[in-house]
Structures are given as structure tokens and as C-alpha cells.
Design a protein around this ligand. Structure first.
Ligand code: BGC
Length: 460
């Protein structure tokens, strides 16, 4: 066991190291926000044009689209002011087969438009044009709430002809190609923003959204005066940090292990999303598999014999990690299914490897979240901050242990975690609802300004 532990040392990050990582991220966030530094920044800090969180007066019916994992979903959502509730009226799921994930953009958007058409038919909604929110969980340069240019694909996607293009335009073109229905305005939303906004309807102190699922990312409410790339000094805007890209300029070299480097090299996007590849569900299982292979080669596991399954890329699924952490019985079952011959010590070693990899993921996320929370505190000049983080993603739900590290990494902040239910779908509806509320408020304000001017004239 001592020899095994020796091999796992590079994954064990001390509190000091995590604080260093947090300081590096703080600097990268400032670089991402800067007018002249953002184009070279690894952490992109993308403006979202979401200027407020819910205040509880939002209402209405909305359509929400959600693309980010292996499925595409369409939802009909009703926001009910009286009951302060968001209700999913109905929804439909369409799988995105791998050949579409790696095919052309046209195929992808035709598939989405077909799925949407089927849903509208089944709900008898084709005649109406409900306002629509589109949760698109990839890094996008937003020009406005309804203009969103894909910077690059992440996770398992790599469709040609979409990077550098406006996603709203591609969706509308696909719908026009069909010609059987039309849509009105579309608000583009990252899943972190959707999560923050749907949690924000339940708890109005929620100003951070975080995802630890297939990918990882976070957003938060930043002061407009610090968002140098968007005009205006007043109020706030939600920033999509895209923290998955942290380290893409080599800044995390000292904590990358040989296994992280193999995961990156053999991925469909080498050099992209370094931080994400140490943390999120798409990669954790593969890291564990590589470590197990190495320990077996060193004759520290399975009497030095690997099975065909263990030798094959991505056969060790991320969900096995939490299952194995839950109990040795699960470990034994999974090892047998992977065609391995094991003894009790092997099962214990495998469990130790799983715990090590999932704790590193949790601790790195905690360090990154601490950076954001502390930034909000400092922005407001407060000695202490109490705030709420809306979270989603299976990796978080199965490993909530990151909460423990927060206390040490952001000692001046008291953080409540609110797990979002269906956040990335319902959140898109909420973003649309808040945008409508703000538009209505500013129209009313203009009208009342106009009336005051009239009165002024009459008086003079
Ligand atoms: C994407 C983010 C997204 C995250 C979580 C990352 O790969 O770049 O935009 O929020 O995954 O889904």
C-alpha cells in the first residue's frame, strides 16, 4: 500500500498549493475581463448580457432548448408569479448520436429543428410563437442576448462549420430549411447561467452558478464597471468564466500529472480545457483507468495482469468512481465485469485510487469557486460575504465533498449550495423572463419620463 500511495502523491494537492491555484485563477480572471488582455486569456470571462437575477415578479410561458451533453431537450415552461414556481409543462428528449456530434453543423441543427418541430406538434404549439431560451453549454462570444458566436467545441462535440458562427443564425436557418414553423426571439444561455437563474428564482441571494458534470464551468454577477468589453458602468452583468480553459496557457504545469497529459493528448481537443480535464465527468474515469494500468504494470495490482477491457480507452466509466467509493461490494462487482482477477487488497487499492481522483477534482473546484466568491466580496468592499451558489451536474451530486474545502479556501465567505433541479432547461426560460421584465420596466420608465416632460411643458 505504501508503494501505491507513492504513485498517488502527485494527485494530492496541499491547502497551500490550492491557495496558489486560486491566486493564479484570480489573475487570469482579471486578464479575461480586460479590454486589451482578453483575447489572449485562457480564462475567457465572457459577458452574457444577463443583467439581473430574478426578483420574483417574472411570469409567463416559455420554450426552452437545452444542448450540452449527449441529449437535446425541448421544454415548455410556465413561470407562475403567485406561487413563485417554475413548472415544466412538458418536455421531449432527443438523443444526439455520435455521428451527429462529430458530423456537420448543418446535420446537428437540422436534427435539433426536427426535434423541436415534433415537440411543437405534440403540444399543439406551432401556431404560437412563445419566447424562447436556448441553453447552449459551450463557450460563446455573445454580442447581444440573441447573438452568440461559438468560440470552440468542448466535451464530446466537434461539428464542422459551427466554430466562429452565430448559433442563433444556424438554428434559424435550419428551421427555415424545414419551413413548417417559425420562432421569434431567442435568448442564448450558458448552462451555468441557467442554473444560477433557476436557483435565483427560489433564493434571490443566488449570484453564482456552477456545473460539475460532463464538463465544468461557473458564472457569477460581476460589477459592470469591471466588464471593460461592454459599454456602461452601472449595475451588474453575469460573466461566464469558462474556467475549464484555466491552464491552457501552461499555468497549471506544476500540478499536471503524467496521466493528465495522456488524457489531454488522446482527447479530441488536445491543449483545450486543461482544468476541465482534471475535474469533470468526461475525463475522471479515464484518469482512474490510466492509474490502474500503471499500478498493474508496476505489479502493484491484479498480480500484474491487465484485462482487455482495462486496456481499452474509456472503459472505466466515471460513474464507477462513486459506485466504488460507496462500498467494496460494488468495487468487486465492477472489477469482475471488467474481466479482472482481483483479491481484497486489489479492491481496496482501486477504491483508494477512485477516492484520490475524485478528491482532487473536488478540491480544485473548491479552489476555483473560492476565487469567485472572494472576488464578489472584494468587489463590494465587504469584510464578510454570505452568498448562494446554484449547482448542477452529476459529478457534484455524487461527490458533494468540495463543500468541506470551501471553509479553508474562502474563510471570509459563508456559502450556501443550492442544487438545481433541471436548471439548465428551466433557467433558459428564466433568463428570457427576466429579460422581458427588464424591457417592460425600461419601457415604463421611458413612458413616465415622457409624461413628466409633458407636465413640465404644461407648467411652464
Ligand atoms: C463548456 C461550458 C459549460 C461546461 C459545463 C464546458 O465544456 O465550455 O460552456 O458550461 O462545459 O457544461
Amino acid at each position: 500500500l505504501k508503494c501505491v500511495k507513492q504513485h498517488l502523491i502527485p494527485f494530492r494537492l496541499s491547502l497551500e498549493k490550492l491557495k496558489e491555484v486560486s491566486t493564479r485563477l484570480r489573475k487570469d480572471m482579471i486578464r479575461g475581463l480586460g479590454k486589451h488582455t482578453h483575447h489572449r486569456a485562457a480564462v475567457k470571462m465572457l459577458p452574457t448580457f444577463v443583467r439581473a437575477t430574478p426578483d420574483g415578479t417574472e411570469k409567463g410561458d416559455f420554450l426552452a432548448l437545452d444542448l450540452g451533453g449527449t441529449n437535446f431537450r425541448v421544454l415548455h415552461v410556465r413561470v407562475m408569479e403567485e406561487e413563485q414556481k417554475m413548472v415544466k409543462m412538458d418536455s421531449q428528449l432527443c438523443a444526439i448520436p455520435q455521428e451527429i456530434m462529430l458530423g456537420t453543423g448543418e446535420q446537428l441543427f437540422d436534427h435539433i429543428a426536427a426535434c423541436l418541430s415534433e415537440f411543437l406538434d405534440s403540444q399543439n404549439l406551432k401556431g404560437q410563437t412563445l419566447p424562447m431560451g436556448f441553453t447552449f453549454s459551450f463557450p460563446c462570444e455573445q454580442k447581444e442576448i440573441d447573438k452568440s458566436i461559438l468560440i470552440r467545441w468542448t466535451k464530446g462535440f466537434n461539428c464542422s462549420g459551427v466554430e466562429g458562427e452565430d448559433v442563433v443564425k444556424l438554428l434559424k436557418e435550419a428551421i427555415h430549411r424545414r419551413g413548417d414553423y417559425d420562432i421569434s426571439s431567442v435568448a442564448m444561455v450558458n448552462d451555468t447561467v441557467g442554473t444560477m437563474m433557476s436557483c435565483g428564482y427560489r433564493d434571490q441571494t443566488c449570484e453564482i452558478g456552477m456545473i460539475i458534470g460532463t464538463g465544468t464551468n461557473a458564472c457569477y454577477m460581476e460589477e459592470m464597471k469591471n466588464v471593460k468589453r461592454v459599454e456602461g458602468e452601472d449595475g451588474q452583468m453575469c460573466i461566464n468564466t469558462e474556467w475549464g480553459g484555466f491552464g491552457d496557457d501552461g499555468s497549471l504545469e506544476d500540478i499536471l500529472t503524467e496521466f493528465d497529459k495522456v488524457v489531454d493528448r488522446t482527447s479530441i481537443n488536445p491543449g483545450v480545457h486543461t482544468f476541465e480535464k482534471m475535474i469533470s465527468g468526461m475525463y475522471l474515469g479515464e484518469i482512474v483507468r490510466l492509474v490502474l494500468m500503471k499500478l498493474t504494470e508496476k505489479k502493484l495490482l491484479f498480480k500484474g495482469e491487465v484485462s482487455e477491457a482495462l486496456r481499452t480507452k474509456e472503459t472505466f466509466e466515471t460513474k464507477f468512481i462513486s459506485m466504488i467509493e460507496d462500498g467494496l461490494e460494488n468495487a468487486k462487482k465492477i472489477l469482475t465485469e471488467l474481466g479482472l482477477t482481483w483479491d481484497l487488497v486489489d479492491a481496496r487499492v482501486v477504491r483508494l485510487v477512485c477516492e484520490t481522483i475524485s478528491s482532487r477534482s473536488a478540491r480544485l473546484c473548491a479552489a476555483a469557486l473560492a476565487t469567485i466568491v472572494d472576488r464578489i466580496r472584494a468587489n463590494r468592499g465587504l469584510p464578510h460575504l454570505k452568498t448562494t451558489v446554484g449547482v448542477d451536474g452529476t459529478v457534484y451530486k455524487k461527490h458533494p465533498k468540495m463543500q468541506l474545502s470551501m471553509h479553508f479556501l474562502a474563510p471570509d465567505c459563508k456559502i450556501k449550495f443550492l442544487v438545481s433541479e433541471d436548471g439548465s432547461g428551466k433557467g433558459a426560460a428564466m433568463v428570457t423572463a427576466v429579460a422581458q421584465r427588464l424591457a417592460l420596466q425600461s419601457r415604463l420608465l421611458e413612458e413616465s419620463d415622457g409624461e413628466e416632460d409633458e407636465e413640465e411643458k404644461v407648467r411652464s
